[in-house]
Design a protein around this ligand. Structure first.
Ligand SMILES: [Zn+2]
Length: 295
């Protein structure tokens, strides 16, 4: 079987969770080739096995090099091992996967490595991962690297999924659309959002920016917005450093949108320093989808 047919089989198994992004109607898999709604809106499986369900054109700054660098940092550099472990622990604790299938959606998954690492850590046959991102480049790479997970190019503001189809939503260092997240989460479903804290990648920001404002993050607004939509049950603060090699520092700079507005000499100075400690400083927000407003 080709990659395309294998993904089509996987999607067939979960086709009840799909909803047409154009008319919101039910969908089915046709000839192991495409996902088609009752009004005949058709979305084909790509060769790598993903489905492009975007209904508008977009311009993404995120190119192949950025995603390659990101994958290297996440998988080979293992820079996020602690958050991956923590998230998998939280899912394990809050979600009972013995009662049937569990869908974990990674909203804004990029090239899919965070989701894949968490699924590998979690190791549960009853769990299916769905990764969605607006970037076709990212999803194409995810589908080429990681089988057994459903990969979709799509819009967070118009998720191609039916109401109450997901048990867990992950939203890792990525923008959110809480209205949509609430719609597709089951009641009491879990949302895990990872946000930077003030010292996140501070060595990189200090090298890139002279302006002290840009040298640290503030996440209070993000946290309070989250609390307006979900019942916040826990916040885990993970703060640690990891030593990166010169090659890894280059990858780290490549994967970061921070460098888009930076001077080349600043970037070079950062990547040419040899071994360096890099700070990861994150909050993991754990929320529950309750009905109505929570605050
Ligand atoms: Zn349709």
């Amino acid at each position: 079987m080709t990659n395309k047919e294998e993904s089509a089989e996987l999607v067939s198994k979960y086709v009840h969770v799909f909803s047409c992004p154009l008319c919101n109607s039910q969908m089915k898999v046709a000839n192991l080739k495409s996902l088609v709604c009752i009004n005949n809106h058709t979305f084909d499986f790509a060769k790598q096995g993903y489905i492009n369900m975007m209904t508008r054109s977009t311009n993404s700054h995120y190119d192949k090099e950025l995603f390659k660098a990101r994958q290297k940092i996440i998988i080979e550099g293992d820079l996020y091992a602690l958050p991956h472990e923590k998230i998998s622990e939280v899912i394990n604790e809050k979600i009972n996967a013995s009662n049937g299938e569990v869908m974990i959606l990674d909203a804004g998954c990029g090239e899919g490595s965070h989701l894949q690492r968490i699924l590998d850590e979690y190791k549960n046959e009853m769990v299916t991962g769905v990764g969605i991102d607006i970037s076709r480049e990212g999803i194409r790479m995810a589908a080429s690297n990681y089988k057994k997970t459903i990969w979709l190019v799509g819009d967070l503001a118009n998720l191609p999924l039916v109401e109450q189809s997901c048990h867990v939503i992950l939203n890792i260092l990525s923008p959110a659309n809480y209205m949509e997240f609430k719609r597709v989460l089951v009641p009491e479903g879990l949302i895990v959002k990872v946000v930077p804290r003030s010292n996140y990648l501070k060595e990189l920001r200090e090298a890139l920016f002279d302006d002290t404002d840009k040298r640290s993050y503030k996440n209070d607004e993000t946290v309070s917005l989250f609390k307006r939509h979900f019942h916040l049950v826990e916040i885990f603060n993970l703060s640690y450093t990891k030593e990166l090699t010169q090659t890894e520092l280059t990858k780290l700079a490549q994967m970061s949108p921070l460098v888009w507005n930076s001077k080349k000499e600043h970037i070079d100075q950062f990547t040419n320093q040899g071994l360096s400690e890099i700070t990861v400083d994150l909050d993991i927000l754990v929320g529950i989808n309750v009905k109505g407003d929570v605050e």
